[in-house]
Design a protein around this ligand. Structure first.
Ligand code: GLY
Length: 404
């Protein structure tokens, strides 16, 4: 007869182990509970092929699409901050669908914006050149794209101001001395990438310095962010904490909170500095626990907008936040991961619904409706915007890659 190994102690250890395994398994499956996310995403990419083939025919030579307003397509010159998103969108669509016509259009789009690699007129080079050439290089591996990204990083680095240890966003004007906006966190991705991929190491040092200065001056104790910090280069001090696109200096402009969340998440990706991760989680909690976040999780254009719950929404903010939350989930414990991925999924589902997503042939070829670019300036209110589509496509692509 074999000796029994069953004792009260071993029994309780086995029970505890079984409970932990079952809790873990249960906790691992809180997203895609209805099991339809793959189909939902694939269907949206199929729609994107048709929409973007239509959109590609509405763009005058040498311009890039911005929006569709009053039944007319709106296009801008290539120095506009969003000029890289159109071709970025095409690369995401091509990556998922392998549609050759979309790829040709994406390559054509790159040629249009290529001169931006030497542009130094603002801080938006990361948006313009990394969302476009960054995706093109990631997908095709063509060395010429890498050189263009390196040249663009050099152009962006010219805007670094050692006096304040930050990159100047906009040029001096009657409004500002040396403005730095929270959006600028997004441009750090290109600097990190170039340094992390054999390029000049000083670019990443600039990115880290900028992220640290922003951490110190842009945030309130509840992790919400001001939009613009105006610096004085002579005294190296903060002149003013203000807004440009938000409801008030002290308000929380929704897209700005999205840029902040995405920005500290990407800084953690490249540095593994825990302070950046803590910041990203704090921002995520501010957004997700905010009493003014609507039930469908598509933010009003400002968390403190007048007229909530009737204030305009900003679908672009939801797209940016969902994409960032999916990456943050990769760096989080199982409980936080469940929260972040489930919230991102809810945002993707809302944006994929008839309330926000255009039907084939509608919306000038854009995917998403109901974004708000600059409410106080009375422009781009409740319209499609090229970057809303970009982060929506990116979020769906990330969801498929990481969570299905
Ligand atoms: N970077 C400008 C904006 O988010 O509207």
């Amino acid at each position: 007869m074999k000796p029994s190994i069953s004792t009260p102690l071993t029994n309780s250890i086995i029970t505890a182990l079984l409970i932990s395994i079952s809790t873990l398994c249960h906790a691992q499956n809180l997203w895609n509970k209805s099991g339809d996310m793959r189909k939902l995403i694939d269907d949206r990419f199929t729609l994107a092929v048709d929409q973007y083939k239509y959109l590609s025919k509405q763009i005058p030579e040498g311009e890039t699409p911005q929006s569709f307003e009053n039944n007319k397509s709106v296009n801008r010159d290539i120095q506009w901050w969003c000029s890289g998103f159109y071709t970025g969108n095409l690369w995401y669509i091509y990556e998922e669908t392998k549609d050759q016509q979309i790829k040709e259009e994406a390559e054509k789009g790159l040629k249009v914006i290529m001169p931006n690699q030497t542009y130094t007129g603002n801080h938006d080079l990361g948006f313009m050149m990394y969302c476009s050439f960054g995706n093109a290089y990631r997908i095709t591996g063509k060395p010429e794209y890498k050189s263009i990204i390196e040249r663009s990083a050099a152009s962006l680095a010219t805007r670094y101001r050692p006096e304040i240890k930050a990159i100047q966003s906009w040029n001096k004007s009657k409004y500002w001395q040396c403005p730095v906006i929270i959006d600028n966190m997004m441009n750090l991705e290109m600097l990190n990438w170039v340094s992390d991929n054999g390029g000049d190491a000083s670019y990443k040092e600039i990115a880290i310095a900028h992220a640290n200065t922003t951490l110190k001056n842009h945030f309130r104790p509840d992790f919400s962010s001001f939009h613009v910090i105006d610096y004085d280069l002579k005294s190296k001090s903060v002149l003013r904490k203000a807004t440009w696109q938000g409801a008030a200096d002290c308000s929380s402009w929704s897209r700005g909170q999205g840029w902040a969340l995405y920005g500290y998440t990407l800084m953690y990706r490249s540095t593994k500095n825990k302070a950046y991760l803590k910041q990203a989680k704090g921002i995520a909690n501010f957004i997700l626990n905010h009493p003014n976040l609507p039930a469908d999780k598509v933010p009003f254009w400002d968390f403190d907008a007048q007229g909530i719950p009737f204030a305009k929404r900003d679908a672009s903010a939801a797209a940016i936040i969902s994409s960032a939350l999916l990456e943050l989930g990769q760096y989080s414990s199982i409980q936080d991961k469940n929260r972040f991925v489930s919230a991102a999924e809810a945002m993707i589902r809302s944006l994929s619904s008839d309330a926000y997503l255009a039907k084939k042939g509608e919306n000038g070829g854009f995917l998403l409706k109901h974004s708000t670019g600059a409410y106080p300036l009375n422009t781009e209110i409740d319209v499609p915007l090229i970057y809303a589509d970009y982060y929506f496509l990116e979020a769906m692509s990330r969801y498929k890659k990481w969570y299905l």
